[in-house]
Design a binder for this molecule. Structure first.
Ligand SMILES: NC(=O)c1ccc[n+]([C@@H]2O[C@H](COP(=O)([O-])OP(=O)(O)OC[C@H]3O[C@@H](n4cnc5c(N)ncnc54)[C@H](O)[C@@H]3O)[C@@H](O)[C@H]2O)c1
Length: 271
């Protein structure tokens, strides 16, 4: 029995920040493998189409739609499109997110606002529209994506990202409590240092003068397990939380970081 057989999953941010396996793509492909019909939404329709192609190659079922999560009307239209296509929503994954560098003094207000728009405000909006559908259906599962930056300062200054993701963890808890009796479960995956296209596309420039391999070496050396994780590690955690195996789990954080957040760290040595 596949673990999401017969379920419809709306994955917000189903593309990838670059070629290869980002978290949203791995989650979408794994969910389809496990029997879900996946509605993948992304601002980058081409990246979402690449994910859809990968699902089709494995014989899975998916549809895609364009969404800009900074636009409330676009979010509403995305939920309507998913319902029009598949008639229900059993699983909602809020995967869009990313960090901008800066501390409280150096970060411009516009960057702070944008970080909150793309890391937490949109989750408020997707939940606002999807939860009533889940309640009417008799239940559902919401999986949000945080980061260990929400738990502690791990090296780089990403003040808005850290604060928004910390807010997202608590948003997930209080929403879980509010809708527990409706059988709508809300949980959050908290990834650490992952080897995703993000490292090459953006972080190497921001944190290692463009030297991708140097940044990879540094990131591999930091977790107690001696290596970065992959998007599949995040996807398997999301799958568990979305599946019936987690039917008594709500309001929980699942940290996927090779033990990094469990260590006591010296300031400035992680990335
Ligand atoms: N990659 C990591 O190392 C890492 C570490 C910790 C946490 N995370 C979290 O995991 C999640 C996924 O990160 P990722 O780096 O794997 O990204 P990803 O490769 O899954 O790509 C995210 C997708 O979001 C889309 N997107 C961006 N802005 C959008 C917008 N305004 N509207 C609609 N779509 C938009 C992009 O086009 C992209 O396809 C994020 O929430 C991130 O904060 C990632």
């Amino acid at each position: 029995m596949r673990r999401l057989e017969g379920k419809v999953a709306l994955v917000v941010g189903s593309g990838s920040v670059g070629p290869g396996w980002g978290n949203g793509r791995a989650i979408s492909v794994l969910f389809a493998r496990e029997g879900a019909k996946v509605f993948g939404a992304d601002r980058n329709l081409e990246a979402a189409a690449d994910t859809q192609r990968l699902i089709a190659e494995e014989g899975g079922t998916s549809a895609i739609g364009e969404v800009d999560v900074t636009d409330p009307r676009s979010i509403e239209a995305m939920v309507e499109a998913c319902i029009k296509t598949y008639g229900r929503i059993d699983v909602l994954v809020n995967n869009v997110g990313g960090s901008a560098p800066g501390d409280v003094v150096s970060m411009p207000l516009e960057v702070w606002d944008r970080q909150f728009d793309t890391n937490i405000r949109y989750v408020f909006l997707t939940c606002k529209h999807v939860i009533p559908i889940m309640v009417q259906q008799g239940g559902g599962a919401i999986v949000n994506l945080a980061s260990i930056a929400a738990l502690a300062h791990f090296g780089p200054d990403v003040v808005a990202y850290s604060a928004a993701k910390a807010g997202l963890i608590h948003f997930t808890r209080v929403t879980a409590v509010r809708y527990a009796r409706d059988n709508v479960r809300c949980n959050i995956v908290v990834p650490g240092l992952m080897d995703t296209p993000l490292v090459e596309m953006r972080l190497a420039n921001e944190r290692a003068g463009g030297d991708v391999e140097a940044l990879r070496r540094r990131r591999n050396s930091q977790p107690p397990m001696g290596r970065m994780g992959t998007a599949w590690d995040v996807a398997h955690a999301a799958l568990f939380l979305a599946s019936n195996e987690a039917r008594y789990i709500t309001g929980a954080e699942l940290v996927v970081d090779g033990g990094l957040a469990a260590t006591v760290r010296l300031a400035g040595d992680a990335n």
